[in-house]
Design a protein. Structure first.
Ligand code: CA
Length: 275
């Protein structure tokens, strides 16, 4: 009997060790932690003022780029600073592009501003430019909609919060109050969230928001990250833990376009057409 007990204990310990070993190897593979990093000698230009990294960048047709910086207290990942985040604008066509901090006007609480994914929408009726910013005050998820006033001001128009928008990573705007958003995790606590990664549970999704309708646009995703729309209105989302990109009617690999962060997708590959 004692021998059987020892065998059961040994088998249990071995099973637990195998589970955690499998989990470690899987996370190591998914994060590409062991990959070879090719050295590319590019002509880089240092941008002053961006001290805590740019989380996302979106560019207008005329070369004007918006940047979100200072994401912190997010997903239990280390932060460079706990200071409020900032938004910058950058003229990419200038001989020496220099980021200029955007002045935010309106009711928004700037002391808890924590910007993440961003997207821009130009209303062709009057050329108004709307900037959409994922914001995580107190670890919540909400979307701020601003109107850009030339040349360094954002006027806060609206805060969008909804139960379906519970862990928003990135958004792509398709109207003045309309957007698609990715949820990058199912659980907010780190331990069960790591378990969903190890077990490959596809519990994340893409959500469509408009004042009239909020719905899941795509599901069955392990961790939805960057999202973008092509000029011919095809929608793409990048999936961090699957190392690929997905569309609503199926998945396909886009390895050449994605990295570990999967922040932005620039491609002409056919994708999902929003309904
Ligand atoms: Ca974005």
């Amino acid at each position: 009997m004692a021998a059987l007990k020892k065998v059961l204990i040994a088998a249990t310990v071995a099973a637990i060790a195998a589970f955690f070993g499998h989990g470690f190897l899987k996370i190591n593979r998914l994060s590409l932690a062991s990959r070879e990093m090719p050295v590319k000698h590019l002509k880089c230009h240092y941008l002053p003022n961006i001290e805590y990294g740019a989380e996302d960048i979106t560019v207008l047709k005329d070369g004007l780029a918006f940047l979100s910086t200072g994401l912190h207290d997010y997903l239990d990942m280390p932060s460079f600073s706990n200071e409020p985040g900032k938004m910058y604008v950058l003229d990419l066509l200038h001989p020496k592009p220099t980021p200029v901090e955007l002045q935010i006007k309106g009711e928004l609480d700037l002391s808890s501003f924590n910007p993440h994914g961003i997207s821009v929408y130009t209303d062709e009726a009057d050329d108004s430019i709307y900037l959409f910013v994922v914001n995580h005050p107190q670890r919540k998820s909400q979307v701020e909609i601003f109107r850009f006033v030339w040349d360094d001001t954002l006027v806060h128009l609206k805060t969008v919060a909804h139960p379906l928008l519970h862990s928003v990573n990135d958004i792509v705007a398709v109207g003045p109050e309309h957007f698609y958003a990715t949820n990058d995790r199912y659980f907010h606590n780190a331990a069960p969230q790591v378990l969903t990664v190890v077990l490959s549970l596809p519990w994340c999704n893409v959500v469509y928001y408009s004042p009239e309708e909020v719905r899941e646009a795509a599901g069955g995703i392990q961790s939805a990250n960057g999202i973008n729309i092509s000029p011919d209105k095809r929608l793409f989302s990048a999936h961090l833990t699957m190392n690929n990109a997905c569309v609503h009617n199926g998945c396909f690999n886009l390895e050449v376009h994605l990295n570990i962060q999967g922040l932005d997708i620039e491609t002409e590959t056919p994708g999902f057409r929003p309904q």
